[in-house]
Design a protein. Structure first.
Length: 298
């Protein structure tokens, strides 16, 4: 199960562009099994060690990811705070939108609920609510009626934010050509798993899983740019940089946080339109409560 919550962003470029783009994703949608109703254990912050120290010291990214998966599964549910920003800049003028949400994620069955709000650069606010259960994502934006689709649907895939599923995403990175995940033990009691890239033509890294993810995140904005008359061609795109970090507690191996920052340069009129996305997820502790679909969802 892999999902990531996306926000609907209103981006306005000077001269020609007025865009409705989607904001923040984290990956591959999640299918949940069983009833969309969960009761989980409560705590304000991630508790100290519930996961015993392994007999052998973990070294590889896969070692740490296995421990993280096990540690997160030891609780019934988790709460994460999500903050995101997405923007376009042309000729020094930037227009951006921000997103704030609370995500509650049950572990067994795998059910997710997200409640958030998007604020455009003009100050316009839109509420967004998402549920994921039994392989289906349910979305309500503002006053619009509920709509639903499989979590594999491209729109839903970019709308749902599932911080726990980042573990599986990093496994994919670790299997990439050249082993793209670097592990660092920090001095503050955490372990960082990171993928990073400097400025490169997208075509040079297009086969990397993290580059495919960044491109997928950018696709809704690219489509809006095309509708506004900007020729967005994959072969001409430049990745301005990418940094994705999964932070684990060094003792419990529970997820502390996840962060993704990346951007693209889009040639336009002899200059570049700059696209940037920043997403951060912080673990707020275990969750006590029910996750169930509202009566008016279907």
């Amino acid at each position: 199960m892999r999902t990531r919550l996306r926000c609907a962003l209103v981006l306005v470029l000077p001269l020609v562009l007025s865009l409705d783009a989607c904001g923040v994703e984290a990956g591959k949608p999640v299918g949940a099994a069983g009833s969309p109703e969960v009761v989980a254990t409560s705590s304000a912050t991630p508790e100290p060690s519930a996961t015993p120290e392994p007999s052998a010291t973990p070294e590889s990214p896969e070692d740490f990811l296995d421990l993280a998966e096990k540690a997160m599964a030891e609780e019934s549910g988790w709460t994460f705070s999500v903050k995101g920003e997405e923007g376009l800049t042309l000729q020094g003028q930037k227009n951006a939108a921000t997103y704030r949400a609370t995500v509650r994620r049950a572990m067994k069955p795998e059910v997710l609920r997200s409640e958030g709000v998007t604020t455009s650069s003009k100050g316009t606010r839109k509420n967004e609510e998402i549920y994921v259960a039994d392989g289906t994502a349910y979305l309500k934006e503002g006053d619009a009626p509920w709509k639903h689709a499989p979590v594999t649907d491209p729109e839903m895939r970019n709308k749902v934010e599932d911080p726990v599923a980042v573990v599986e995403e990093f496994r994919t990175y670790a299997k990439d050509t050249g082993g793209d995940v670097k592990v660092t033990r920090t001095g503050d009691g955490t372990v960082e798993l990171r993928v990073a890239s400097g400025k490169r033509k997208l075509s040079a890294v297009a086969d990397r899983a993290w580059a495919k993810k960044a491109k997928r995140e950018f696709d809704p904005t690219a489509e809006q740019l095309r509708k506004a008359g900007v020729a967005v061609e994959d072969a001409q795109l430049t990745l301005s940089g990418l940094d994705e970090v999964l932070v684990l507690d060094a003792k419990t191996y529970r997820i502390r946080s996840h962060r993704l920052d990346f951007g693209f340069l889009i040639p336009y009129g002899g200059a570049d339109i700059t696209f940037e996305q920043h997403v951060g997820e912080e673990n707020q502790g275990t969750y006590a409560g029910r996750i169930e679909l509202p009566a008016d969802v279907r």
